[in-house]
Design a protein around this ligand. Structure first.
Ligand code: ZN
Length: 221
């Protein structure tokens, strides 16, 4: 396969919300089979077959899917995304690299924790459980800045008088792909990932990171 067909294409649902990033080849298949519209294509990279010629797809829109992907399996990074990169103890928003995934009931004390106290932080019955690491549940984890995480250590938060700013929950979906602002701009995706105020479109399965200062300022306005 020519390498140009391995380049990324942004996929939107029928409501113009970002749902995935696929290879240009897959995006082209969606367009050719009339499952998607071509919204943005690179005319400088024409893809030709015997009968057809298409610009390299950069952005396509699914015609028959209006939902968002569901991906409820737990991961540290998804917890940070779920909490919008905000520390659940002090409320400060930070870069992904400056955040940890904090266990409310510390791992080392999970089994010693009295069952009635622990119950609130366990995955509800009927939900996906990690039997080997039950402390890795959506309910027992929050994004935490490094200073708060260090301060808490392996203590219960009530021992320190700390309060959660929100109750952690299992999200319906969280962004599962990330793209930097620079890369999104080069690929012509900015109009589909940011609103006119420069804020990330919501909801979106594709998270845009490393926004330049001007976009951050616009986000706060
Ligand atoms: Zn904090």
């Amino acid at each position: 396969m020519p390498s140009v067909l391995l380049q990324p294409s942004l996929v939107l649902n029928s409501a113009f919300l970002p749902v995935s990033i696929v290879r240009a080849f897959e995006a082209l298949c969606l367009v050719v089979t009339e499952k998607a519209d071509l919204l943005e294509g690179d005319e400088a990279e024409l893809i030709r077959s015997q009968f057809l010629s298409f610009p390299l797809p950069r952005v396509v829109r699914l015609l028959n899917f209006s939902g968002m992907p569901t991906n409820p399996s737990w991961s540290r990074l998804k917890v940070i995304y779920r909490d919008d990169q905000t520390c659940a103890w002090c409320g400060v928003r930070r870069k992904i690299d400056d955040l940890d995934c904090d266990h409310i009931i510390p791992r080392s004390r999970w089994h010693a924790c009295p069952a009635p106290l622990r119950k609130k932080y366990e995955a509800p019955s009927g939900k996906l459980q990690n039997v080997h690491a039950p402390w890795n549940s959506w309910e027992n984890t929050v994004a935490s800045c490094r200073p708060c995480n260090a301060k808490k250590g392996n203590r219960y938060h009530w021992e320190l008088g700390l309060k959660l700013l929100w109750d952690p929950y299992e999200p319906e979906y969280v962004p599962s792909m990330i793209v930097s602002f620079d890369r999104a701009r080069k690929l012509g995706w900015l109009d589909y990932l940011l609103n006119p105020k420069g804020r990330p479109i919501f909801p979106s399965a594709v998270k845009i990171i490393a926004l330049p200062p001007i976009s951050r300022a616009a986000q706060q306005s």
